[in-house]
Unconditional design. Structure first.
Length: 162
C-alpha cells in the first residue's frame, strides 16, 4: 500500500464529499434540521468515520463569513419557505345541517412573500439596495455665480416719481 503525500486526498474523496453534501442538503430540506452522523451514514452508505472526516470540510453557502448564517436551520428554512411559497395539508371543520360536523382534508397554499424574499436576499446573499459610489478626480468646470441684489422697494418708488 502506497503512502499518500501529506495534505493530499484519496482519489474518491471529492466524490464522497459531494455525495455526503448532497445527502446533507436533502435531509435538511426534508426534515428542516441537521442530520446526525448515523442518519448521514444510513443515507450514503459510508461509515461513521468517513462521514465525520468529510463533514468537517463541507461548507454550506458561499463560504464567506456571515453572522446571519449562524441562525438555527429551522429559522432559515422557515424564512426560505415563506420567501418561495409553500403548501401544507390542513383539515377544515364545519357544521353541515344534514351531515352534522364534517371534517375535510385539503391543502393550504401560501404564495411567495416578497418581504421574506427581500429579507432572505439581504441576510443570506448580502444584497443591499444602496450602492456606494466612489468618486475620484476633479470636475473641470468652474462655475461663477454673480448675484445682483434687487433694489429696496422705497428706492424703486422714488425712481418712478422722478
Amino acid at each position: 500500500m502506497k503512502k499518500r503525500p501529506a495534505g493530499s486526498e484519496r482519489e474518491d474523496s471529492q466524490a464522497n464529499r459531494a455525495k455526503i453534501r448532497k445527502a446533507l442538503l436533502a435531509f435538511i430540506k426534508k426534515y428542516t434540521r441537521v442530520p446526525t452522523v448515523q442518519e448521514l451514514a444510513a443515507a450514503t452508505g459510508f461509515s461513521d468515520k468517513t462521514i465525520k472526516q468529510h463533514r468537517r470540510r463541507i461548507q454550506l453557502g458561499d463560504g464567506l463569513p456571515n453572522d446571519y448564517q449562524q441562525l438555527t436551520p429551522d429559522v432559515l428554512l422557515a424564512l426560505h419557505a415563506r420567501a418561495v411559497g409553500y403548501s401544507h395539508p390542513a383539515k377544515k371543520i364545519f357544521n353541515d345541517k344534514l351531515a352534522g360536523i364534517v371534517k375535510a382534508d385539503y391543502t393550504e397554499h401560501y404564495p411567495p412573500d416578497a418581504a421574506a424574499a427581500k429579507l432572505w436576499v439581504q441576510l443570506i446573499e448580502g444584497f443591499s439596495e444602496k450602492k456606494e459610489t466612489k468618486h475620484s478626480g476633479e470636475v473641470g468646470l468652474a462655475l461663477t455665480f454673480n448675484y445682483v441684489a434687487p433694489a429696496a422697494p422705497d428706492t424703486l418708488a422714488a425712481d418712478a416719481g422722478h
